[in-house]
Design a protein around this ligand. Structure first.
Ligand code: 13P
Length: 334
């Protein structure tokens, strides 16, 4: 019997829109007013979406910006956990996303049932744990945790965890290891990683440094240890932006994070040269473009327009959001 053909969308493979981006931008501006909506966009989405957003930022800034929105609708151009966090922090607002399938490899690596089982096992073995989760997790996971961190506030939050607790850090092993180093707190690390930062090649980075001897390497703490070891500046996306703005002398920056980050860096400090650190490079010099997040790439101008126009897809309130809300408010807003 022939197998049924299922028309499943493939992450990152978007049919090219035939619509003129300028027409789409006009339509988006008109719909924002007509539908009483505010657009939030993460630094990793395409530059044209960032340019039509009312707020852009890293995960921490956008979560906080979402609480300042005065319109009845938020459109979140980012990935699912970001839209979910915006809804959790603003239960009365309608939160739309251009594509609900925009997920996160880190969030996927830590399903709530596996986390609950692991916490149970640790407690049964006598560990007195506090669970600290990177914001790149589902709301169901957040509801099982004591604290939420982002790349922007992780050190402060770790300092707030009582010293007599053992920290279980989920799901990013690389960020967790980096936090162990900078805070001096030993942690039990969940073995997750970001599919974009995981593939940076040390060889390529060293070669790029050799070709640009005066360059400065800025790397996201989601990168593995070998990449961070050769970085001059380590920080989340907002810290990167602030760093290049504070550097007045024109500089060449090798940027080890999602390639769309070049857009806000260039807008904030156009005096510099920015070179995205490639992912895996072949012997003939081609890169695999794996420094693009296929989930972020699901956000397109046409889908921003569609969700504004159609009022969907929407993040719908779930019962476990209530518990996740307590943890998010305590960690990000207090
Ligand atoms: P920040 O923007 O908070 O640095 O994090 C990047 C990220 O992981 C987005 O998914």
């Amino acid at each position: 019997m022939p197998l049924p053909v299922i028309d499943l969308p493939i992450a990152g493979i978007e049919p090219e829109s035939t619509e003129d981006p300028l027409d789409l931008l006009d339509e988006i501006d008109r719909l924002k007013v007509e539908k009483d909506a505010t657009i939030l966009a993460h630094y990793y989405v395409d530059g044209d979406i960032q340019d039509c957003a009312d707020f852009t930022g890293d995960s921490l800034k956008l979560a906080r910006d979402a609480t300042k929105v005065t319109t009845s609708t938020i459109v979140f151009a980012g990935v699912h956990f970001m839209g979910e966090s915006a809804k959790i922090l603003n239960p009365q607002k309608r939160v739309l996303m251009p594509d609900l399938l925009a997920g996160c490899s880190l969030a996927d690596s830590c399903p709530p049932d596996k986390l609950a089982a692991f916490q149970h096992k640790l407690r049964a073995e006598g560990h007195d744990i506090a669970t600290v989760a990177y914001i790149n997790t589902s709301a169901a996971v957040k509801s099982l945790c004591d604290w939420i961190v982002t790349s922007g506030n992780a050190r402060e939050i770790i300092d707030r965890v009582p010293k007599d607790k053992e920290i279980l850090f989920v799901p990013d092993q690389h960020l967790g290891r980096y936090l162990e180093e900078v805070t001096g707190r030993k942690m039990i690390l969940w073995p997750g990683s970001c599919m974009v930062h995981e593939v940076f090649s040390l060889q390529d980075l060293i070669r790029a440094k050799k070709n640009n001897p005066e360059s400065v390497v800025i790397a996201h703490p989601e990168c593995p240890q070998n990449i961070l070891a050769v970085a001059d500046v380590i920080g989340g996306t907002e810290k990167m932006r602030r760093h290049v703005m504070a550097t007045t002398t024109p500089t060449t920056f090798l940027v080890a994070t999602e390639a769309n980050m070049i857009h806000p860096l260039r807008a904030a400090a156009p005096q510099h040269t920015y070179i995205p650190v490639p992912g895996i490079m072949t012997s003939t010099g081609e890169t695999c473009a794996c420094n693009r997040c296929p989930h972020m790439a699901r956000n397109t101008l046409a889908k921003v327009r569609n969700c504004l126009r159609d009022g969907k897809p929407e993040i719908v309130w779930q019962p476990f959001f209530e518990k996740a809300r307590d943890v998010l408010v305590k960690s990000l807003l207090e």
